[in-house]
Design a protein around this ligand. Sequence first.
Ligand code: HEC
Ligand code: HEC
Length: 584
Amino acid sequence: MRLIYLTLLTAASLNAQAYCSPSAIATSLSATYIACATSPRIERLDRSQPIPTAGPVSHILASADGRLLYAALPAPLSRVAVIDTGTGKTIRTLPAGHTAVFLVLRENRLYVVNQFSNDVSVLDLQSGKEAARLKAIREPLGAALSHDGRTLLVINSVPAGRADAEYIAASVSVFDTQQLRPAGVIELPNGSSELRAIAVTPDGAYAAVTHLVARYYLPTTQLDRGWMETNALSIIDVRNRTLAGTVLLDAPDRGAANPWAVQFSPDARLLAVTHAGTHELSVIDFAGLLSKLQFQRTDRKPWDDMSFLAGLRLRWPLQGNGPRAMTLTSTAAVIGNYFSDTMEQVELLTGKSTVARRLSTAPPTVIRNGERIFNDGSLCFQGWQSCASCHTPDARVDGLNWDLMNDGLGNPKNVKSLLLAHRTPPAMSHGVRGSAELAVRAGIRYILFTERPEAEAMAIDEFLKALRPIPSPLLVNGSLSPSARRGKALFFDSKTACATCHPAGLYTDLKTYDVGTRSSTDPSGEFDTPTLVEIWRTGPYLHNGSAATMLDVFTLFNKQDKHGKTSHLTEAQLHDLVEFLMSL
Ligand code: HEC
Ligand code: HEC
């Protein structure tokens, strides 16, 4: 009976109507495989039967002989499925960290990048055991190895640290894979955020990283010439572990929002980047780019120069929407379009494009439409940015402060996560928008500088309302740790009074208070009480991102006990309180 039920379930979940949402492509000598981010299956480009998996797939790799596929199945306790490509059966399952998003294979080692445990699992394929965990900085999304395999570069997608500092940027972590230890950090230009993907040249000498360079220090009054957000590519000299240069993918009057997939051609002559926000492909003369970086005039930083790629790059429009996955031959790119659910083949030098495969045929739901619009930079004036450029594709935070005009000039605010935004009015730190609905419409008009039909704003609302919190990486088998349990008692203790303003459930009473966090630039000290749900993911803290860590909220910024009472707590008790908050 149970068996029959399981068979039916598998058949239903393999329904070709379910959106695949291509997230990665793997090629072997004989086949091209497509990972489905929103359906438990792996598709093949040649239209034969899909391969069923135990869950949606964030990334895939093929073994050198093409006989095995490695598929990352993200979850709080992620798994990597090892699949026999002949039979389509999972023959082995390996453990990984919280939300496995990327794999790198080298001989008998598999590196698994875990977004929310902020680390990389180093798996020994012979024993199936984890040899080490390499600690990244914050929400790593990708990795690449040097040619000799000794250096692992890991991209951190979000900056860590206070958002009111002079320099704030996400960076690339470097690891020594023999010693299995950190070997430094490569810093990127100020404002670098949302690092998305990394690729290395076939000879391992250079790596390319896609990301944004935010001009978070300017008032958000306009978009012209990348005033707010620019879209960039950083080139890393792998041997010397240094930044060779950062260049902008935008043109002076046309942004290239949300660069995503990046790949070198097998002969390393071409470097291709997809623009997931403007649905385009850039094809760059890599040798030309390198020599221009070497001989650039020193009076101008390349990431201030929107004409840097002029003459070095072809920019092709795509038919699909949301190009997030790509593989490259010397002459063509195969691209996976996340939202249109299509595979598209593009000739690199002519831009001639053909739709090679439709992965589902069902019309999109309102929620999925909302997600697409949220990620669509082509709706923005001149294509500079999308909602996802500050809120990330998942509608959370980029870790930066922005000086939005809704509450006056000169008082930057930390980006807010949009999880529960519709259930916790008013919106914005000062509560200047009565509801999230109003904030969504204001975002379209005053941040994307465009007019859109009401149906699109409603679709964004539905997408945001459908967001669900992700279980904290601090939970132990889904439950509070002993330390978090002690912290919970402190939180609900009438002495600390936390729960008077942050009652269980939404952890906000929806009111505004002055809790002593006003800085010299704030017009008032009254702030909307934020929800504390999923707060482990949304640092830095307080309205202006001045608290780099949760502990700072109560040590540096609550000296007078105006924000609940914490001065009576011992160091160990503060640690427990933080452990509880970071478990919500
Ligand atoms: C330039 C960066 C940026 C972009 C782009 C952006 N936002 Fe925001 N958003 C912010 C910041 C910063 C805040 C918090 C402001 C504050 O606290 O006063 C915010 C707050 C919000 C809020 C209120 C959340 C709450 O709970 O109070 C909503 C809703 C929102 N944004 C939706 C959107 C939508 C929809 C888009 C695209 C149309 C968008 N944002 C684009 C920076 C941005
Ligand atoms: C009088 C109401 C009130 C009390 C009591 C209170 N809070 Fe808050 N809390 C707020 C307000 C208002 C903010 C926003 C402050 C800001 O952004 O500057 C806030 C912000 C926070 C934040 C930062 C959230 C973020 O996303 O940046 C945390 C964490 C927090 N509170 C936890 C606590 C804890 C723990 C206690 C008990 C020690 C507590 N609060 C007591 C009203 C309160």
